[in-house]
Design a protein around this ligand. Structure first.
Ligand SMILES: Cc1cc2nc3c(=O)[nH]c(=O)nc-3n(C[C@H](O)[C@H](O)[C@H](O)COP(=O)(O)O)c2cc1C
Length: 350
């Protein structure tokens, strides 16, 4: 059976990436992927902002934009699943083709532009699964044509209150013109203050995380971390895709417009994670995202300051069982170095 799915994976990689992705989601919805043994080594268990994770390896936002398959991703061995980015209104995104595989570089460039079915459909799906176990996050965004983007985040947050275990505020997609401007000090301050006020009003406690771009320069990064600390949100995700990093690429699509993810993003996003960890001084929960393809990569992010990690692009190359492999490798490395839990290793290299 596993051999069959390996073969299917190879065939999928011959298709246009977006078609392959749509087929994968359909197969997962139908429950076609056989269930691997979920990594449950005690050393992998971790408790972060009041939630108990079976392992710290999550599926990053963008794989399941419409919250169609969070439970299937958990069954594939991921310790948590982030769905979205969702926007209030359905949105078609940019014209195709808009996802490009750079196989030689183990990378992807995408300029999807928040294509998604909109908040109503997304909300109904999360509501339908709410009683099930497993940690599912909601990644929220704004419509491209919105006259008031901050109120788009609020609409999503208010509608989804009680339906997600945590919320990611995505102000770092490079494919919605102007969106990254919300990372500016005053804008992000306003956005986070409004979300925190809404959270208090709604009497919910779901953690809020800000997801940032790896392209922020030194002062902008210091500002955004300071605002996260001042407002008192729980954490940050470092990072989204990059607009840089094209110099050393080899794939024929290397000059396509969009955000670069996968192996070339590993070093810059880990450098930024280390810097954010230093600036936050242990007061923010950090999720390390960008270019993770192995247990060693996940371990490096954890030692750089991440309490949890996420991946997407490497799975497009290595197939759906990557989470299990990474979690097992990570468990071996933690034990080899004498750690009895993930949390002991967080920031060990800081
Ligand atoms: C095709 C694609 C779509 C993505 N869509 C989203 C999205 O909707 N929201 C978001 O916050 N990040 C999105 N991302 C970024 C990922 O969540 C992640 O931050 C980034 O790809 C780095 O991780 P990776 O190198 O493991 O892929 C997307 C990435 C890819 C490759």
């Amino acid at each position: 059976m596993t051999g069959f799915f390996r073969l299917t994976g190879r065939l999928l990689r011959l298709l246009d990436p977006e078609t392959a992705h749509a087929l994968t989601i359909r197969a997962l919805k139908l429950g076609l992927a056989p269930r691997p043994a979920t990594p449950r080594a005690p050393v992998l268990k971790t408790s972060v902002f009041g939630l108990d994770f079976p392992n710290p390896v999550g599926i990053a936002a963008g794989f399941d934009k419409n919250a169609e398959v969070p439970d299937a991703m958990l069954r594939l061995g991921f310790g948590f699943a982030e769905t979205g980015t969702v926007t209030p209104l359905p949105q078609a995104g940019n014209p195709r083709p808009r996802i490009f595989r750079l196989t030689e570089d183990a990378a992807v460039i995408n300029r999807l532009g928040f294509n998604n079915q909109g908040l109503d459909v997304y909300k109904a799906r999360l509501a339908a699964r709410r009683a099930r176990p497993g940690i599912v996050g909601a990644n929220i965004g704004a419509n491209k044509d919105s006259a008031d983007r901050i109120s788009d985040y609020l609409k999503c947050f208010e509608a989804l209150a009680g339906l997600a275990d945590y919320f990611t505020i995505n102000v770092s997609s490079p494919n919605t013109p102007g969106l990254r401007g919300l990372q500016d000090r005053d804008q992000v301050q306003l956005l986070l203050a409004k979300l925190l006020a809404a959270r208090a009003r709604l009497r919910i406690t779901a953690p809020l995380l800000l997801k940032i771009a790896p392209d922020l320069d030194g002062q902008a990064l210091r500002d955004v971390v300071a605002v996260c600390l001042d407002t008192g949100i729980e954490g940050m995700i470092v990072s989204n895709t990059t607009l840089g990093g094209r110099e050393n690429l080899h794939g024929k699509h290397r000059m396509e417009q969009g955000g670069l993810s996968g192996r070339p993003l590993f070093a810059p996003s880990t450098r930024m994670l280390r810097e954010v960890s230093r600036l936050a001084g242990g007061k923010l929960v950090l999720i390390g995202t960008g270019g993770i393809a192995s247990g060693a990569d996940a371990y490096t992010k954890i030692r750089a300051g991440a309490s949890l990690v996420q991946l997407y692009t490497a799975m497009a190359f290595a197939g759906p069982y990557l989470a299990v492999t990474i979690a097992q490798e990570l468990a071996d490395m933690l034990q080899r170095d004498g750690f009895t839990s993930v949390s002991q290793a967080v920031g060990a290299d800081a």
